[in-house]
Design a protein around this ligand. Structure first.
Ligand code: MIC
Length: 654
């Protein structure tokens, strides 16, 4: 057994401040950088205000505005002003609206090999492309990291993914991560860091690795990590940051807890079918289905090359008349290089609809597809209704597949482009004089005056939550496996502007699953004091939004009882005082029906006594065992009603 360390172990070891590096044990790591975006950042800034923070304690913290960009009334622009004032107040960089999607902009201008990054966005791992330990977390955990506290997580195992061989024509980084999703589905990597290594790395530039690291999240991975090698050095030189580069590679005798290999030569164009990133098949299997939309961009295909290859495919041609060809540049820097290189001209002339740099349609902030029509997108996820259209039909694919399909108006394997249009596989070259644009990143003021926070009428303070107590409440909703945070609390243009207004946003809780939930929750809170929900495997998969815990908590949610959880969703429940229980015997899941009254007595005593909680099903006159896997640290906070309550007590804040 080698004694060498892999990159993940090196990153954790150099930042370990609590616990032992034993897989499954809770560890605390020092956080060097944080990333917050505007749909989660408003809550983070309210939490920093509640915590009484003076100045960020990190090396770099950046607040991005990339989600709530549609300004259809005062709410989003008010939030932008609030976030700018908070960035000044707390000594945080501010990325102005329209500057770009947080992940590629952070990778371009702040990410640094050997450092740790905590982000209030589940796709934060994208910066793992540069030898960082970059992890998505609930906003409250990021707030504590900004305040200089360690970030806590369960020590992950490391799955070594060996890349060998050469990338075939018309296949690209998105197909690599779709192949991983084909093998691991949406929960197969839970508890693991995916660490990529091997001779095939030389086939992937840094933004290709960003694509792959970004979508490791969709497999439930704690994060994804690439080494910092000469390619990363080149990328940082291109972004005028070579002086911040350092090499970070695995030791020759490094070992991994598990192994995977991808022979790049064997890859073919792949596509995830609606409505799961794990629903992956070869493009050739679904060729010919008509499409409404072809969408290029997002943090899951953010690189200049991703737009360049699309432009090479469509240049001097026009996309099919029935296709909405949506172009979502991912940073102003990339827009400038697209314009200078002629890429933008080809995309416009082919019929491309050009949007501002931001997340946009990926999170349902515009660009919704028509009813019952197929949308091919280079975005990272396609959970039900996420696009903004009910019962949407969103496929995930590479820019090559999306652009080829835009030309034909049907799902098309890009390898057919040569026979269909005489297009040969173009040879990519990085632009010579690459434009760097940092102008839209506003530096934190030197030790300036204590900036007043600018709060619009839509910004409400965090509600107070009491301690968990015994309960006898109904099962308000029984759900299946893989319930996503988009089903618990949807995103989209209608809902995201309420992210700083818990009473309002709580009205959208579980609306995708059951549009009667809110009204029933209000009634149940009055009659019983609250409710519980029951779910299958991988509850709360997907996003980092802590609102998927805060909003149900506000409606009286006492506990969730599930077969298993996604990491961030589970952490968020505990952070806000909702007891995250797991069925000790999965047969008990089948025995419960929606509407059953569940009762727990001496809840606090049971939780303190051990990992088991006895739950009575009053309706069925039965009892069953439920478990929790909380650490002592988490349990202490949960018993006080959540981390904020515990923090305020510790600091003597009323
Ligand atoms: C997403 O891609 O689902 C989001 C919207 O970026 C979320 C964050 C949010 O809900 O604001 C995420 O990935 O964490």
């Amino acid at each position: 057994m080698g004694t060498g360390l892999n990159v993940t172990q090196k990153l954790i070891k150099s930042h370990l401040v609590d616990g032992k590096m034993e897989p499954g044990e809770e560890i605390g790591i020092k956080i060097d950088q944080t990333l917050t975006q505007d749909a989660t950042g408003t809550m983070v800034m309210l939490e920093l205000e509640a915590m009484g923070l003076d100045k960020a304690k990190t090396e770099v913290s950046c607040q991005y505005v990339d989600h709530n960009l549609l300004q259809t009334d005062n709410k989003n622009p008010d939030d932008h002003l609030f976030l700018k004032s908070a960035a000044e107040r707390f000594g945080i960089w501010y990325s102005r609206p329209g500057n770009g999607v947080s992940h590629p902009v952070h990778t371009e201008h702040f990410a640094q090999p050997g450092k740790t990054l905590a982000g209030s966005d589940s796709h934060t791992p994208a910066s793992g492309c540069m030898g960082m330990f970059a992890i998505g977390s609930g906003g409250l955990d990021v707030a504590f990291a900004i305040a200089g506290e360690p970030l806590y997580l369960k020590m992950p195992k490391v799955l070594g993914v060996k890349l060998t061989g050469k990338m075939p024509n018309w296949v690209s980084a998105k197909d690599v991560v779709l192949e991983m999703l084909r093998r691991y589905d949406v929960k197969g990597a839970r508890g693991f860091v995916l660490e990529y290594y091997g001779p095939g790395l030389k086939e992937l530039d840094t933004m290709d690795r960003h694509v792959i690291a970004n979508m490791g999240t969709e497999m439930g991975a704690t994060t994804s990590v690439f080494p910092s090698d000469d390619e990363v050095k080149r990328f940082m030189r291109q972004n005028a940051r070579e002086n911040e580069w350092s090499e970070l590679v695995a030791d020759d005798d490094a070992t991994y807890d598990a192994h995977e290999e991808i022979v790049l030569d064997d890859l073919i164009p792949l596509i995830a079918l609606p409505s799961s990133p794990g629903n992956v098949v070869p493009v050739s299997e679904v060729e010919g289905d008509e499409i409404y939309q072809s969408y290029i961009g997002s943090s899951a295909n953010p690189g200049f090359r991703d737009f360049w290859i699309a432009s090479e495919i469509v240049k001097c041609r026009r996309v099919a008349d029935d296709v909405s060809f949506d172009i979502n540049p991912t940073s102003r820097q990339i827009i400038e290089n697209m314009v200078r290189s002629g890429v933008m001209l080809h995309l416009v002339q082919s019929g491309g609809r050009i949007h501002q740099a931001g997340c946009n349609g990926c999170i349902g902030m515009g660009q919704a597809p028509a009813t019952g029509r197929n949308s091919l997108r280079t975005v990272p996820r396609n959970f039900p209704d996420r696009s903004g259209t009910k019962e949407d039909s969103v496929f995930l694919c590479s820019p090559e597949t999306a652009a080829a399909s835009a030309l034909t108006g049907k799902i098309t394997d890009p390898r057919k482009l040569t026979e269909l249009y005489g297009i040969d596989w173009p040879d990519y070259r990085e632009p010579e004089d690459y434009i760097i644009n940092k102008e839209m990143l506003v530096a934190p003021p030197e030790n300036g005056v204590k900036k007043e926070l600018v709060k619009g009428p839509n910004i409400s303070s965090m509600p107070d939550f009491d301690q968990p107590t015994d309960f006898e409440v109904p099962v308000l909703l029984k759900m299946g496996d893989n319930i996503s945070t988009d089903e618990i609390l949807k995103a989209g243009a209608e809902v995201l502007p309420f992210r700083s207004n818990i009473p309002e946003i709580s009205k959208f809780s579980f609306i995708v699953v059951d549009d009667s939930f809110y009204d029933r929750a209000v009634e149940t809170k009055e009659e019983y004091g609250g409710h519980v929900v029951v779910a299958g495997d991988n509850y709360a998969q997907g996003s980092s939004r802590e609102h998927a815990a805060i909003a149900p908590r506000y409606l009286g949610q006492q506990a969730v009882i599930a077969k298993s959880y996604a990491r961030i969703g589970w952490q968020n429940l505990a952070n806000f005082g909702i007891v995250p229980l797991e069925f000790a015997d999965e047969a008990d899941y089948d025995a419960i029906e929606q509407g059953d009254i569940l009762k727990v007595e001496k809840l606090q005593d049971q939780l303190k006594a051990g990992k088991e909680v006895t739950v009575q099903n009053v309706t069925k006159s039965s009892t069953f065992k439920a478990l929790h896997t909380l650490s002592g640290r988490q349990l202490d906070a949960l018993l006080e009603g959540g981390v904020i309550n515990a923090y305020k007590r510790k600091k003597g804040i009323a």
